[in-house]
Design a protein. Structure first.
Length: 195
């Protein structure tokens, strides 16, 4: 991986994100680095993925659509109606094509940090869990997921997927196919090859 100037990244984030999202990105980077150290992941990649994961979170609808159009991204029916998912898709494209970060593992982790997917890398699992457990989070069950994250990546991941699916269903929202596939793999197929 190329040498990264973290100060430049933080400056870019401070320009692109509101204060709450900027603080969240720093917290996710810190938690991702901690989890990577605990579970034998690449700490530098985890920190960078954490910093960049929400880079387009505060982008306008027009900017998202422009990124999709510019980089030939076609949303599926669920994604078209779930703008909350757009930042992961546009963020991965932004990091790859605009920031020119040549690391497919980081790009993939950013792309699937909201929905997850079957076949997640250790880095993607770490980012997914860090986004749930960063110190700025205060939703119901956050302490449960934090406890599980200190016990096992797999247990935390399964619980986080269950939490997400339950929340979506209770709120009458569609569950992305990637999330369903991730849950089925984690629950019935195991993750031994990923972690």
């Amino acid at each position: 991986m190329v040498s990264i100037d973290y100060n430049e990244i933080k400056e870019l984030l401070s320009e692109r994100l509101n204060e709450k999202r900027y603080i969240h990105s720093l917290a996710v980077a810190k938690e991702a680095k901690r989890l990577a150290a605990k579970y034998g992941g690449d700490e530098d990649k985890a920190e960078l993925a954490g910093l960049l994961h929400d880079i387009t979170k505060n982008a306008s609808r027009e900017e998202h659509l422009n990124i999709f159009s510019s980089f030939d991204i076609i949303l599926n029916d669920i994604e078209k109606r779930a703008e909350k998912l757009w930042h992961a898709i546009s963020g991965a494209a932004y990091v790859k094509n605009i920031l020119k970060l040549d690391d497919e593992e980081i790009i993939d982790a950013i792309r699937y940090h909201t929905t997850a997917k079957a076949g997640m890398s250790k880095l993607a699992l770490i980012l997914y869990i860090a986004d749930f457990t960063s110190e700025d989070r205060d939703y119901e069950d956050v302490e449960v997921i934090r406890g599980l994250a200190d016990e096992s990546l797999e247990k935390a991941y399964i619980y986080a997927l269950q939490f997400s699916i339950k929340d979506l269903v209770e709120n009458g929202k569609a569950v992305h196919n990637d999330t369903v596939n991730a849950y089925n793999e984690a629950t019935f197929g195991g993750l031994s090859g990923n972690i």
